[in-house]
Ligand binder design. Structure first.
Ligand code: NAD
Length: 272
């Protein structure tokens, strides 16, 4: 039997970006632990594919198309979810990431950066976390108990070359996490908590081209990352699941406003 302290059973958990690499991996794990999962993503077709796949783990999964940058679209989906489940216990803000246009190439400098691309990536990571937290957070605070988990990054606290907009907006996600944790605890009580995880380096859709050459070899950037990771490897998506479950469960009942690195030691290591 599952350990009750760490239980997520029957919790209604929303995952934005739930059709993506990390979001769908979290969804799969939480379903296997008895949670009810609602994945939210941009395109219905990708959601349907992800839901079909997740149903192999549990039938307690649904998916809705919405845009995390559009408050109306989020509110429409909130109504559908509340009609079906009558409550929302948790939100994982996993929609986000870097964008090709906002990456400074090896031969460019900051002076080549297009501000429109900087804005786009900033908007996705920051507004795309803030807006769902407002729309779904209201339903969570109405329960008087629940959780929001944001996804930060190693780029939030130290300069990682080339991804300036991504870095700046993930740093903003860190302080928003602390700010909202404080707001919720002060105004809605000690059972509404907000935390973030900061994954180290995982091979995903958005960074594959920066890390893996067409022939499968690591790029020099990937080699630099491994050199600076004491565990000497990239992470596997399922290595986020233990921390996610702990944060969602009563086992972390006195934990709020934290950003937890899951990074094989990258953020601890000076490189020497
Ligand atoms: P991914 O691209 O596989 O998934 C992101 C999902 O978000 C996609 O399915 C995409 O369709 C969805 N999305 C994008 N814009 C949206 C919008 N406006 N509305 C709704 N959905 C939208 O990326 P991933 O690797 O799973 O990353 C998930 C989160 O983890 C991101 O915030 C990313 O920055 C963060 N992260 C990833 C890594 C990594 O190594 N993969 C490391 C650190 C942090």
């Amino acid at each position: 039997m599952a350990n009750r302290l760490f239980s997520v059973e029957e919790k209604v958990i929303l995952i934005t970006g739930g059709a993506g690499v990390l979001g769908s991996s979290m969804a799969k794990h939480l379903l296997s632990e008895g949670a009810k999962i609602v994945i939210l993503d941009l395109q219905q077709e990708r959601i349907d594919e992800a839901v079909t796949d997740l149903k192999k783990t549990s039938s307690q999964v649904a998916g809705y198309a919405c845009n995390v940058l559009d408050k109306n679209s989020l509110e429409e989906v909130r109504e559908k979810i509340l009609n079906k489940y009558h409550r929302i216990d948790a939100l994982i803000n996993a929609a986000g990431g870097n964008m090709e246009g906002a990456t400074i190439s090896e031969t460019q400098t900051i002076f080549d950066l297009k501000i429109e691309d900087f804005r786009k990536v900033s908007e996705l990571n920051l507004d795309g976390t803030v807006l769902p937290s407002i729309v779904f957070g209201e339903a969570i605070t109405n329960n008087g108990k629940g959780n929001i988990i944001n996804i930060s990054s190693m780029t939030a606290t130290r300069a990682i070359t080339r991804v300036v907009g991504y870095s700046a907006s993930k740093a903003a996600v860190d302080i928003f996490t602390k700010w909202l944790a404080t707001e919720f605890a002060l105004k809605f009580g000690d059972e509404v908590r907000v935390n973030a995880i900061a994954p180290g380096f995982f091979i995903g859709n958005q960074n594959r081209a920066l890390l893996i050459r067409e022939n499968g070899d690591y790029t020099s950037r990937a080699e630099t990352i491994i050199r600076n990771t004491p565990m000497k490897r990239f992470g596997n998506a399922d290595e986020l699941n233990g921390t996610i479950q702990w944060l969602l469960s009563d086992a972390s009942s006195f934990v709020t406003g934290t950003v937890i690195p899951i990074d094989g030691g990258f953020s601890a290591f000076s490189g020497v």
